[in-house]
Write a protein that binds this ligand. Structure first.
Ligand code: FES
Length: 110
């Protein structure tokens, strides 16, 4: 897990990892909040760290076809907008803006 500290400020882009620091996924933390970086093809998507059902780490999920599959009970979520696609989860997950720049991964921390 990456640990980053920063002063509480306005919402801003935060450098959380090197683009090649992880193969499939990486959990990072900013200001005490955990986020999941999920590699989807040549993109990196940032989501909340835990499944909305029973809080299984989404970095342990499987990313395929623009979705993340939570292996604990089988819910899937769209990586486009966080929409829950099947039960047992009934709440969407949050997606955060994410960008790759100069070999680094930045997330937009609200
Ligand atoms: S914890 Fe993810 S589907 Fe139950």
């Amino acid at each position: 897990m990456g640990l980053l500290g920063r002063k509480k400020t306005e919402p801003c882009w935060v450098d959380v990892a090197g683009e090649h620091d992880f193969r499939h996924s990486l959990e990072v933390q900013v200001d005490g909040t955990r986020y999941a970086l999920l590699r989807a093809g040549d993109q990196v998507v940032c989501t909340q760290a835990s499944c909305s059902h029973e809080y299984s780490p989404l970095v342990e999920g499987v990313v395929q076809d623009g979705e993340v599959y939570c292996e604990k009970h089988g819910s899937r979520f769209s990586l486009a907008d966080g929409a829950v696609l099947n039960p047992p989860a009934c709440e969407n997950i949050r997606i955060f803006k994410c960008k790759l720049e100069a070999g680094r991964v930045f997330i937009f921390v609200p």
